[in-house]
Write a protein that binds this ligand. Structure first.
Ligand SMILES: [Zn+2]
Ligand SMILES: [Zn+2]
Length: 153
């Protein structure tokens, strides 16, 4: 896949993804609900090494209650979450971003499920798997990730 430039809703914050995201899911957690002001968010993730932030980016990094290891980069201009980094191990970091930030959403994979579904405000009518509870949701993301790595090797 070609590199793609991703942008926040106001266009002031950008970053580049250099590979196709590994996983994609809908997150219904309360922090996403309040940051995005939506009942749930369509999220994609890839290895942080494949994400390039401009040197003088326009992001403010904040930590929120959940998940504790996730540092969320928020656009200083429009207050939208732009890209978040999750440390899994000393040199292993994942980057999460809202799928709508890419120009061509069809270049992303299909969504694999709903997490934090116990916080669901808007029922989904799709047939995707739904994971409720904190640990079940975390585990679902981990297994999506492992599945995507197994498929590649
Ligand atoms: Zn969330
Ligand atoms: Zn913005």
């Amino acid at each position: 896949m070609q590199s793609q430039t991703c942008t926040c809703p106001c266009g002031e914050s950008t970053f580049v993804i250099k590979s196709k995201p590994l996983i994609r899911f809908y997150c219904h957690c309360t922090i996403c609900q309040s940051l995005y002001k939506k009942p749930f968010v369509d999220v994609s993730a890839l290895w942080a090494g494949n994400v390039e932030l401009p040197e003088n980016h326009n992001l403010h990094f904040g930590k929120y209650r959940l998940p504790p290891a996730l540092s969320r980069g928020i656009c200083k201009s429009c207050s939208s979450p732009v890209v978040g980094f999750l440390r899994l191990a000393p040199f292993v970091r994942l980057a999460f971003f809202p799928s709508r930030s890419v120009e061509d959403e069809s270049s992303l994979r299909d969504s694999q499920g709903h997490i934090f579904y116990h916080r669901c405000l808007a029922e989904s009518g799709d047939a995707l798997p739904k994971f409720s509870g904190y640990w079940k949701s975390e585990l679902a993301v981990t297994s999506m990730l492992i599945g995507s790595m197994l498929k590649r090797s």
